[in-house]
Design a protein around this ligand. Structure first.
Ligand code: CDP
Ligand code: MG
Length: 203
């Protein structure tokens, strides 16, 4: 495992339009905050279609990964998708995603801390709410599935976007935040989480 000691690691989280409409902003922030990560940027905006498209285009591998994942999920349930080509599948997903993400207010935020990307993926849960683990945000707060979304020709509504890798986070964050909107500060709790010695507790 690489980079798991980088205390400055950052991940982009976006509460998607369904998460905002379900009044889950506070609950979502609570879950990332209580695990020990630090919130360094946050705002509420209605993304343009252009921004939504850029967001899913910055990672050159996203289409292949997402297309392959979707085809495999369909195969595992003996469902047939309209194409066996991951890039064609991903292109269709991207079109519905642009509608989804730009349909209303969203809350982008940047969380920072050791292993931030992996910790956030764990707390967020798998892409499809039907199969994301209980205890995760997607597992606990919504019920959508690939078959349901395919039937209606729309995106899987899963409340949250969370960076899939450190590289993805590095590419995505500048799309949503200017450098000056990301705050560099110290949290008192970091001493308990990161310091080698827990000295300074006892008087
Ligand atoms: O969001 P996550 O990183 O878990 O998944 P992704 O593979 O990067 O896909 C991005 C988003 O596309 C998902 O969060 C879903 O909203 C949507 N998606 C979909 O509607 N249908 C699929 N078969 C795969 C993804
Ligand atoms: Mg992703």
């Amino acid at each position: 495992m690489k980079n798991f000691d980088d205390k400055q690691e950052q991940s982009l989280v976006i509460v998607k339009p369904d998460g905002v409409q379900r009044s889950l902003i506070g609950e979502i922030i609570k879950r990332y905050e209580q695990c020990g990560l630090k919130l360094v940027a946050i705002k509420i905006i209605v993304p343009s279609r252009d921004l939504a498209l850029k967001h899913y285009s910055v990672d050159p591998e996203w289409s292949l990964k997402t297309g392959t994942k979707s085809i495999e999920a369909a195969k595992a349930r003996e469902r047939k998708l309209f194409s066996e080509d991951p890039l064609i599948v991903a292109e269709k997903i991207k079109k519905t995603l642009v509608n989804y993400l730009s349909s209303g207010p969203v809350v982008p935020m940047v969380w920072q801390g050791m292993g931030a990307v992996a910790i956030i993926r764990k707390i967020t849960g798998g892409t499809e709410p039907l199969t994301s683990a209980p205890g995760t945000i997607r597992g606990d707060f919504t019920i959508d599935s690939y078959p349901a979304s395919d039937l209606d020709n729309r995106s899987v509504r899963n409340i949250i976007h969370a960076s899939g890798s450190i590289g993805e986070a590095k590419n995505e964050i500048p799309l949503w935040f200017d450098k000056k909107e990301i705050i560099s500060y110290r949290l008192i709790s970091e001493a308990i989480i990161y310091d080698v010695n827990l000295d300074g507790i006892l008087e």
